[in-house]
Design a protein around this ligand. Structure first.
Ligand SMILES: *[C@@H]1O[C@H](CO)[C@@H](O)[C@H](O)[C@H]1NC(C)=O
Ligand SMILES: *[C@@H]1O[C@H](CO)[C@@H](O)[C@H](O)[C@H]1NC(C)=O
Ligand SMILES: *[C@@H]1O[C@H](CO)[C@@H](O)[C@H](O)[C@H]1NC(C)=O
Ligand SMILES: *[C@@H]1O[C@H](CO)[C@@H](O)[C@H](O)[C@H]1NC(C)=O
Ligand SMILES: *[C@@H]1O[C@H](CO)[C@@H](O)[C@H](O)[C@H]1NC(C)=O
Length: 572
């Protein structure tokens, strides 16, 4: 018999350690934002921090009380802005004595707590400021709501997985602001896409540096204080510099790094030092001591339980329409199709020459909800007749994939459970009706048991409702977590900061616009271009059965109407 083990409570684990003689000095709050599937990693990080508190010589005169708190993600805690009410509210984690808040993720590594404290000790906790590894866009991108579209390259935003340091002063201001404006805060979008960029922009737009002089170091003029010398402003634009004086932007901190000095093994030697990555290239050559850095995302659960998985275990349902049969399908056939034995093209028009399978539904310009549910039904029928399919992946006809990397990832999830993987977006996360969903173009993965459930339980409010959002809404209502996979991408390589693409070997990209798909496939997805595959696994064409969805889960009408309007926003 096993001895029952007392497990620490999942929800609010809190460790309070007093380092000074009095439990009274200023506080440092280390927050670990923890997705459900990474609980093990979060506990490891917490235990490691605890160990460092004991073993590292921390000078007494620092007099910091250190709190380490694992923040298990409820549906919206992955966006710091939406987590703020929680920090101030019932948990009282953030209070008037909090000098510093260090926001970590499960894959953040705190290489030296002592080193971090040394850094913080030199800085002013009363200043409205935050520090991190600065990421920059190379062009205006949809994943950042086309922010600063005229020149997005100067605007720094933090690499969350590397860790971000906030002064208590800044977070307290943010909390007040968010609480005041909760229902209609000054946000640019109802959508949460990249929490880091959205946070940086929110701070930029809504908070001004304190100018009463009482707070920040009075000696050195505030000019040099606010404009980080490392922001690459290569212009003599006084208006611009003046504008920045009145704003708060991320300060780049060289003790916070994108990785532990060397880049992750997968990309070593293959990184082109292009103009696209000046920040990354410059940082790497500097001998800094990285007290905080990101680690590559590990697959969920413990790697010990991973099972061998290949493309043959995955059913690929590819959503296309007649307009793109000639243009897009050949690209898939030339790139990732040979690795995806079980693939099927679902279209409004059945064409034996490709072949495509008809869904029996007319094409609509946006949304595709009815079509997608029909595809899921038809796919399930196929899967029932095949052996050993464990997963379904739903993609667009302009999605590029690395099937080997996908297989490796999926092998580490238990396919007999209800698993929903993708690139997670949020919709109205600050509101009670908010929800997470996986965005369609990046590819949506469902375990087969979950696919069955979706086919039984989910329905479309209207045929052209946005399919990915309705799916996410339905799954959230059923209590299924949207598990984020950072290697899946709704946009193109140039839409993401180079550091992010380097940290986790990419599994997907979406949209061919202004790209050469074959190049993307070789350069970023580790693909080799062979001959177009001739063997198509499931060639048998089928006519779709008429839709007979006994929808049990309905989207509230009001929300459904809102989503209709937002479909265009999503479908660039
Ligand atoms: C602890 O804090 C309280 C109020 O914050 C203060 O009155 C008291 O003097 C402090 N004690 C020590 C030992 O610093
Ligand atoms: C925003 O909030 C204000 C005050 O709370 C309210 O009067 C206003 O109607 C709200 N605007 C929208 C668009 O909801
Ligand atoms: C900022 O960049 C300059 C060169 O552009 C470099 O010399 C300096 O060390 C950098 N400072 C920091 C804090 O990274
Ligand atoms: C997968 O989950 C099922 C049901 O929860 C469980 O019985 C099985 O042991 C799990 N398999 C692995 C490899 O963890
Ligand atoms: C592709 O196929 C053609 C003929 O089937 C063959 O001549 C050619 O060498 C192949 N190319 C590659 C890269 O395999």
């Amino acid at each position: 018999m096993h001895k029952m083990q007392l497990r620490p409570s999942w929800q609010f684990l809190l460790f309070l350690t007093c380092l000074g003689r009095f439990c009274n000095g200023s506080e440092i709050l280390l927050l670990i934002s923890c997705p459900r599937q990474a609980a093990e990693h979060c506990r490891t990080l917490r235990d490691n921090l605890r160990q460092q508190q004991i073993s590292d010589e921390i000078p007494r005169d620092y007099n910091y009380a250190i709190k380490v708190h694992i923040m298990h993600e409820l549906f919206n805690y992955w966006t710091l802005l939406d987590a703020l009410p929680y920090l101030r509210g019932k948990t009282r984690l953030l209070n008037a004595n909090t000098d510093w808040i260090i926001w970590c993720q499960h894959n953040t590594h705190v290489a030296s707590l002592r080193g971090l404290l040394d850094q913080l000790h030199q800085r002013d906790a009363q200043e409205l400021a935050y520090y991190g590894h600065a990421l920059y866009d190379t062009e205006a991108t949809i994943v950042h709501h086309f922010a600063n579209y005229k020149d997005p390259t100067w605007f720094p935003y933090p690499m969350l997985s590397a860790g971000v340091v906030f002064t208590g002063a800044l977070l307290r201001s943010l909390v007040e602001l968010v609480a005041l404006n909760a229902p209609n805060a000054t946000r640019h979008s109802e959508f949460a896409i990249d929490a880091a960029h959205e946070l940086a922009r929110f701070i930029f737009d809504n908070i001004a540096p304190a100018d009463d002089g009482s707070s920040s170091s009075s000696g050195s003029g505030s000019r040099s204080n606010n404009v980080d010398s490392n922001i690459s402003i290569s212009r003599d634009d006084n208006d611009f510099v003046d504008m920045l004086q009145r704003k708060i932007i991320l300060k780049s901190a060289d003790y916070i790094c994108p990785w532990a000095r060397v880049s992750p093994a997968w990309s070593l030697g293959s990184l082109e030092t292009t103009a696209a990555a000046p920040a990354a290239a410059a940082k790497e050559s500097k001998p800094v001591s990285c007290v905080l850095h990101a680690k590559p995302e590990m697959a969920a659960g413990s790697a010990v339980h991973c099972v061998h998985t290949t493309g043959a275990h995955i059913y690929f349902a590819i959503k296309t329409c007649a307009k793109f049969h000639k243009e897009r399908i050949p690209i898939i056939e030339r790139t990732w199709a040979p690795d995806a034995i079980r693939r099927k093209y679902y279209s409004d028009v059945a064409d034996d020459g490709i072949p495509t399978t008809g869904t029996g539904l007319p094409n609509v310009p946006t949304g595709h909800c009815a079509k997608t549910l029909a595809i899921l039904q038809l796919s399930l029928k196929d899967i029932n007749e095949l052996t050993d399919i464990r997963w379904l992946m739903l993609v667009d006809d302009d999605t590029l994939l690395s099937v080997p990397r996908l297989s490796k990832l999926l092998g580490c999830y238990n396919h007999t459970n209800h698993i929903y993987l993708g690139e997670r977006y949020g919709y109205r996360l600050y509101a009670p009706d908010g929800f997470n969903y996986h965005t369609g173009g990046a590819g949506i993965v469902l375990s087969v048991p979950l696919l069955r459930l979706v086919v039984q339980r989910c329905s479309c409010p209207t045929a052209s409702a946005p399919d990915d959002m309705i799916l996410g809404y339905c799954l959230q209502a059923m209590g299924v977590t949207a598990t984020h996979v950072p290697a899946l991408h709704q946009a193109r390589p140039q839409d993401y900061a180079p550091e992010l693409l380097q940290l986790n070997a990419p599994i997907s990209f979406h949209k061919y616009w202004h790209t050469t798909p074959e190049h993307t496939y070789k350069r970023w997805l580790g693909g080799a271009l062979g001959n177009a595959s001739s063997a198509h696994a499931t060639a048998k064409d089928r006519r779709a059965a008429p839709l007979a969805l006994n929808g049990l889960l309905q989207l509230p009408n009001q929300l459904a109407a809102g989503l209709e309007g937002s479909a265009k926003h999503l479908d660039l």
